[in-house]
Design a binder for this molecule. Sequence first.
Ligand code: 5GP
Ligand code: ZN
Length: 110
Amino acid sequence: MNDCIFCKIDRGEIPSQKLYEDEEIFVIKDISPKAKCHYLFIPKRHYKLLGEMTDEDQAILARTFAKIAALAPKLGLDGGYRVVINQGEDGGQTVPHLHIHVLGGEKLPI
Ligand code: 5GP
Ligand code: ZN
C-alpha cells in the first residue's frame, strides 16, 4: 500500500466519483478545475514519469488516448479539448502518479 492520492482514490480510500473505469484506467473530475470541464484520465498502475513506462504501460497509454476520444462526446467535449501531461517539478506535476488532464467545455485560452 502506498500514500499516493490517486492510488487511494482507486482503492476507494478517498471518495471520488469514477466517471469511467475499466481494468486499466479510471476517470475522475479534477478537484480544482482549470476549465469548465476538467477530467483526469489515470492509469491504475502507479508510476510517475513517461520515462518509467514499461512496454505494457505504453500500450495502456496508447489505448487511453483512444478512450479519451471515445468518451469525449459523453463528457461534454464535443467542441474539442486539450490534453496535458505534466512531468516533474518544472512541468508542474504535483501528484507523482502519471495522469492525463483533459480540458474543454469552452474555448480555452492559448
Ligand atoms: P498535476 O499538477 O500533478 O499535473 O495534477 C494533479 C491534479 O490532481 C491537480 O489538477 C489537482 O487539482 C488534482 N487533484 C489533487 N488531489 C485530488 C483529489 O483528491 N481529487 C481529485 N479529483 N483531484 C485531485
Ligand atoms: Zn499512485
